[in-house]
Ligand binder design. Sequence first.
Ligand SMILES: Nc1ncnc2c1ncn2[C@@H]1O[C@H](COP(=O)(O)OP(=O)(O)OP(=O)(O)O)[C@@H](O)[C@H]1O
Ligand SMILES: O=C(O)[C@H](O)[C@@H](O)[C@H](O)[C@H](O)CO
Length: 209
Amino acid sequence: MAPLPLVPSAPDSPAPDAAGSPAPDAAGSPAGRPIVLVLMGVAGCGKSTVAALLAGQLGWAFEEGDSLHPDANVQKMAAGEPLTDEDRWPWLAKVADWVEETLDDGQDGIITCSALKRSYRDAINRRGSGVVFVFLSGSKETITARLAVRRGHFMPMSLLDSQFADLEEPESDEPEIRINVGPTPGVIAGEIIAELGLAGRADEENHGH
Ligand SMILES: Nc1ncnc2c1ncn2[C@@H]1O[C@H](COP(=O)(O)OP(=O)(O)OP(=O)(O)O)[C@@H](O)[C@H]1O
Ligand SMILES: O=C(O)[C@H](O)[C@@H](O)[C@H](O)[C@H](O)CO
């Protein structure tokens, strides 16, 4: 992975005020610098489940990427047809807008988005900083078993092969971490917090002081 944007390069760093803030948190990353986590991976890898847990624990802004799909996309998937790049671009633009608005507002945030291809991730991270892709990685067998028992979701299990076919796993020059989806959602959320050094970052503003 490229150096995580949690440790900012000097020119981007907020200038400390007279009191010396922003104070580094326990992991040494500066408080006050917003970051957006994009929980990504194929349908059923656990994005929504883990993101909701994380957002609750951290008190960060949260957006469910699936809710940004145009109706036509949802209907297409529900009918068992994979989305094309053309279908996805308008949706990815909305995801990218949410990411940018959150960062511009100075907020930390979490959004779910399958972000299957490198070009999609580059579009989402169009600013080139402030974004970390959290790739929830699991075998087709594991995820098939989970989708087989999931109820009340538009995405049919039959589309899983096409999701894996489209998946271009994040590469080492992207701002990414990879987390195995074998453990429970609580353990996975804890691993993400530990790996990114976020333990001290449940920021006061988001909790209303
Ligand atoms: N770590 C886990 N262990 C066991 N079951 C899990 C785990 N994470 C998620 N699940 C279950 O697997 C199913 C898929 O999870 P979830 O809906 O969060 O995936 P998703 O990636 O958001 O899917 P989609 O992209 O289709 O919306 C759900 O029924 C969820 O309860
Ligand atoms: O790019 C895609 O094909 C879609 O985003 C899907 O991944 C779904 O939105 C999601 O995973 C719902 O299950």
